[in-house]
Design a protein around this ligand. Structure first.
Ligand code: C2E
Ligand code: CA
Length: 556
């Protein structure tokens, strides 16, 4: 027996794991030794096999045999350095399981093959096909050769899939994913591959395709999935966005390609919802900026919130024109990035979960300021913004109450504005949090009311004190052809009154709009006409003017 096999290392490796199987072949005699676990699991005759390549070939699924033979012949002939392929192999129970087979040839000084050794890993846990949609899983990506021919990879994702699940439940979510996968598969051209990438994201690798063909494919997918009719007859609107990347482009393709796809779809969702957006320098720049923003923000948070500041925008009493309070709005300047707007940096804080920490800082600063101003200017209604994510933090209520106590603030003077009301996926929990905070005395507000189609629905679950009418209805109010905006605002305010809530109209930008909205009997008004958000010193000047804002204040 060859000393190739009398090796303690073989025994040690063979015993190492129960889903990894070891084999070593003496290529001079074509005799190979297989680990005991392999013999048992695959039902091989014996530990030492002659002509193992052919014996083993009989265990391979007929559809995968060509892939295996091509790979192994390449390795034996020296054309390929390593044996590395995946195929289905029949086990002792007669069932085919997916294995990943890797190995390499060791040669003597003259380059003659001496030993072929390798291991096989059972990968049936990482199934080749997604059990829900039947599409390939991302595990299969390893088998794609992106360098062999040009093409386009597309990452298609649903917009607001979480919302679909929260409105219709998981079963409907699954039904939509299955339908969606079927449409994708139907529309794929021969040679293209479709994979389920993650929950609601699908990857299409269009080998050999050009921009036009892929764009048509995407348009057709959009059309077919725009309105999905469920088995029970209900119709659900589904919108999608996608990122696209051309290949071959780089030497080390796969990971870079996936990163580019992820950046492209993120860009599409943020800036061009519904579109297919191809990777570009602009996307790369935006991604780099978002990384730099994140680093800069982290640094500031660590540095005791250096660079963060609150600005204040007055709430005005429509009858007297006096300042009744203000909204606290976050501003930030980093060490490197000094021109980031709230919409941008707050999104980054939210995406990385840092908004909670910063949000607590905002809450603390707002209450501290409220207490300080009360002594000098009397009681002001002061609001600050919180996202759903922040409110759902287990410690929110406790921290809010401890802030009240720390600064001796009256909770009735604090309005907590819930932003992005459309992303609510646990309405009962949210309603309970609202009720508890209201029981503590805080005033709760729904921000941007009227924009999200879920706004009305939210009102069914939540008890709120204030509704803030979204400024897009208000801004154009005085322009011809905007009568409908007036009707909408009027109806929203009527609804507030009937529900017993107060109202704040945002976006009052000029005197004409101010005149119109004054007639509407809102509780408070807010907008550039009265003042832009301003820093503490500027806001104090406004308060010192007696709180009367009869002329527009032109700060930034
Ligand atoms: P928002 O809560 O809807 O805040 C009102 C935004 O409208 C502010 O933008 C304000 O500057 C702007 N605005 C005020 N009056 C007018 C007007 O007459 N016309 C127009 N066109 N806009 C007006 P800002 O300060 O850029 O804030 C943007 C958003 O950032 C806020 O929208 C809010 O969602 C978020 N935000 C700001 N501070 C915080 C915070 O501390 N925490 C959280 N979670 N979000 C915040
Ligand atoms: Ca707000």
């Amino acid at each position: 027996m060859s000393d190739v096999f009398n090796n303690e290392l073989f025994e040690a490796f063979a015993a190492a794991s129960d889903n990894v199987y070891i084999y070593v072949c003496d290529m001079r005699t074509d005799i190979s030794r297989w680990s005991k676990s392999a013999i048992e699991y695959f039902g091989l005759d014996k530990e030492y096999l002659e002509d193992a390549a052919n014996v083993w070939a009989q265990h391979i699924h007929p559809d995968d045999l060509a892939v295996y033979m091509e790979d192994i012949t390449g390795v034996f002939s020296g054309a390929k350095k390593y044996h590395d392929c995946q195929y289905r192999a029949r086990n002792a129970a007669g069932r085919y399981v997916w294995v990943e087979c890797k190995g390499s040839v060791i040669r003597d000084g003259e380059g003659n093959p001496v030993i072929f050794a390798g291991l096989m890993t059972r990968i049936d846990g990482q199934s080749k096909y997604d059990s829900l949609t039947g599409l390939l899983t991302t595990h299969e990506l390893h088998g794609f050769d992106f360098a062999a021919q040009p093409g386009i990879a597309l990452l298609i994702g649903m917009d607001g899939f979480r919302k679909i699940i929260s409105s219709y439940g998981y079963n409907v979510g699954d039904e939509i994913l299955v339908r969606f996968a079927r449409e994708i598969r139907d529309l794929c051209k021969p040679g293209w591959k479709a994979l389920r990438f993650s929950g609601d994201e699908f990857l299409v690798v269009a080998f050999g395709a050009g921009r036009e063909e892929v764009t048509d494919f995407y348009k057709e997918i959009c059309q077919r999935t725009e309105m999905t009719e469920l088995e029970d007859g209900r119709r659900v609107g589904v919108s999608i966005s996608a990122g696209g990347v051309f290949f071959p482009a780089d030497a080390d393709m796969r990971d870079i390609l996936i990163n580019k796809l992820e950046h492209s779809i993120e860009y599409a969702k943020n800036h061009q919802r519904g579109d297919l957006v191809f990777f570009s320098d602009e996307i790369a720049r935006e991604h780099e900026r978002s990384l730099a923003l994140r680093e800069d923000l982290k640094q500031c948070i660590k540095n005791d919130f250096k660079g963060f500041e609150l600005y204040f925008q007055p709430f005005v009493d429509p009858d007297t024109g006096a300042i009744a309070g203000c909204e606290c709005l976050l501003r930030w300047q980093g060490e490197r990035i000094r021109d980031s707007y709230p919409m941008e940096f707050i999104k980054v804080l939210e995406d990385y979960g840092d908004i909670r920490e910063v949000g607590f800082w905002v809450m603390d600063q707002a209450m501290r300021q409220q207490a300080a101003w009360r002594e000098r200017y009397g009681e002001l209604q002061m609001s600050f913004n919180v996202s759903y994510q922040q409110l759902m933090d287990d410690t929110f209520e406790e921290k809010a109450v401890s802030c009240l106590e720390k600064y001796g603030v009256h909770p009735e003077s604090i309005i907590i504005e819930l932003t992005e009301s459309c992303q609510v996926d646990a309405p009962k929990e949210l309603a309970a949090i609202f009720d508890r905070l209201r029981a503590q005395g805080f005033k709760m507000a729904l921000d941007d009311f009227g924009t999200a189609y879920a706004s009305m629905e939210i009102l069914k679950w939540l008890h709120v004190d204030y509704i803030k009418v979204e400024h897009s209805f208000v801004r154009e109010l005085a322009k011809p052809g905007h009568d409908i905006d007036y009707v909408i605002i009027d109806s929203l305010l009527e609804m507030c009154r009937r529900l017993g809530c107060s109202s704040i109209i945002e976006g009052v930008e000029n005197a004409k709009v101010a005149d119109i909205v004054k007639e509407l009997n809102a509780t408070l008004l807010q907008g550039y006409f009265y003042s832009h958000p301003v820093c503490r010193e500027e806001f104090e000047k406004l308060l010192e003017q007696g709180g009367k804002l009869s002329v527009p204040h032109a700060a930034t």
